[in-house]
Design a protein around this ligand. Structure first.
Ligand SMILES: Cc1cc2nc3c(=O)[nH]c(=O)nc-3n(C[C@H](O)[C@H](O)[C@H](O)COP(=O)(O)OP(=O)(O)OC[C@H]3O[C@@H](n4cnc5c(N)ncnc54)[C@H](O)[C@@H]3O)c2cc1C
Length: 417
């Protein structure tokens, strides 16, 4: 079933009776070539690219809940390629290029909107750091423009430029940055993978990973055992728990991150605005709600909900930056579970168990990585060699200390900043 303007028109005129389900609801088979644990953005994209790029279609994605119910449907949807360090820079650059062709590729409206991202700075030192970052982005082939105070004012006239604590000095403008509709990305990849023969199995929790002779043999699930030649653990906030099923202890802590949405307003915020000094960022959804968030809740947890001290902190930061936001009513808030690594950069790698792969550690920035991560993880699974843009995301960097990618320069506990 292909989507097109003509099709939408025809269905609209004939009572919308011709739409088919986006994917099948198969029972698990006893054996697959590849089993992917986790039906989030990264797991579904990996399944899609395994089929699309490598012709590997005897694949199952096992999801304990429903597709899109994890972080992929809970994030604040920012898509960008504004990284500084080699290793991250080329990876996110590749991912953004995939985003730019994604709707055509999937024949699915993921509402990718390149409305531009502006990272604000509030001191001379921060300006220098952003100038450096902008140069790195340009060297990588991405776009970056350093705006002075008046340049920011032209884009974001509603900010409090003269706040005594955080006066706005300028901003780093990344015009190709923007947003996308989060769960539509999961649905688009799910539909594409299903159409190529991948089995998407919901309500199927993996409860054990079978390993013998140093090799993975399959998984135990709430819907029975499934044998597999290769197994990929792609479960974001649950990575430590799932890896423990194979006897692994990961350098990952799980933390809560909250998001907030206001009532629908007329268009007033055209860009994504990031206020790093106050730990606050905001954009406006196509429905009109102001979508914003801030920092982690600062204690390890598997609860997908947050607490009031961070709510207060985020609201204060919003009021500091743009006092007019105080008139908007917050309608909803929620939390997601972030898989935080010590250096804040992810892991896409083989493990010590033959045939067992790991994709995790996306911290609070894994939504924008979905296409690139799926592409690189599929490459790793199919060819058993790292895909060049993701070659730096090695697991052993946390053991050897070689190749750490501390993008924010926050030291050994990224979750504490
Ligand atoms: C509030 C918030 C705001 C964010 N904002 C942004 C942003 O603006 N930009 C950005 O790039 N990133 C953002 N992120 C981060 C981003 O959402 C995550 O890094 C990314 O979605 C994680 O990858 P995923 O989509 O595969 O995870 P998930 O969607 O969580 O997928 C993992 C899946 O694994 C399943 N699973 C777990 N255990 C098992 C098991 N035993 N058996 C079977 N299935 C299992 C889960 O049910 C889940 O569906 C944000 C996150 C949050 C919470």
């Amino acid at each position: 079933m292909r989507f097109s303007g003509l099709r939408v028109l025809k269905e609209g005129l004939t009572g919308n009776k011709g739409w088919a389900p986006h994917w099948r609801d198969p029972d698990p088979k006893p054996e697959y070539d590849v089993v992917i644990i986790g039906g989030g953005g990264h797991g579904l994209a990996t399944a899609y690219y395994l089929a699309r790029e490598h012709g590997i279609t005897n694949v199952a994605v096992l999801e304990k809940g429903y597709l899109g119910g994890g972080n992929v449907g809970r994030n604040t949807t920012i898509v960008r390629a504004n990284y500084f360090l080699p290793g991250n820079s080329e990876f996110y650059s590749h991912s953004l290029k995939l985003w730019e062709g994604l709707e055509q590729e999937l024949n699915y409206n993921v509402m990718h909107s390149q409305r531009g991202l502006i990272n604000l700075f509030h001191s001379d030192g921060q300006r220098d750091a952003f100038a450096r970052r902008g140069n790195a982005m340009v060297n990588q082939g991405d776009d970056a423009i350093l705006l002075d105070r008046d340049g920011v004012r032209r884009h974001l006239p509603y900010l409090d430029f003269d706040n005594p604590r955080f006066p706005v000095y300028g901003g780093l403008y990344h015009p190709r940055g923007g947003t996308a509709r989060h769960d539509a990305v999961a649905w688009g990849y799910a539909r594409g993978a299903d159409a190529r023969g991948v089995d998407l199995i919901q309500n199927c929790e993996v409860t054990g990973i079978d390993v013998s002779g140093g090799k993975v043999r399959g998984v135990q699930t709430t819907r029975g055992p499934i044998r597999a030649k290769k197994v990929a653990m792609i479960v974001a906030g649950r990575s430590s728990q799932v890896a423990a099923m194979a006897g692994m202890r990961l350098p990952v802590e799980s933390h809560v991150l909250q998001a907030f949405v206001t009532e629908g307003l007329k268009p007033c915020i055209d860009h994504v605005v990031s206020f790093g000094m106050g730990h606050f960022y905001i954009s406006q959804s196509d429905k009109g709600g102001l979508v914003f968030g801030g920092d982690l809740d600062f204690y390890a947890s598997y609860a997908a909900r947050g607490n009031l001290p961070m709510v207060e902190h985020v609201m204060e930061a919003g009021m500091t930056l743009m006092p007019m936001i105080g008139k908007a009513k917050v309608l909803r808030s929620w939390g997601g579970i972030m898989d935080m690594t010590p250096d804040g950069s992810p892991i896409i790698d083989k493990t010590g168990v033959e045939g067992l792969y790991l994709n995790c550690g996306w911290c609070y920035g894994g939504f924008k990585a979905v296409p690139g991560s799926g592409y690189s993880t599929a490459h790793l699974i199919a060819r058993d060699t790292p895909h060049a843009p993701a070659a730096g995301f090695r697991l052993d960097r946390f053991r050897t200390g070689v190749g750490l990618m501390d993008e924010e320069g926050t030291g050994s506990q990224h979750n504490l900043h």
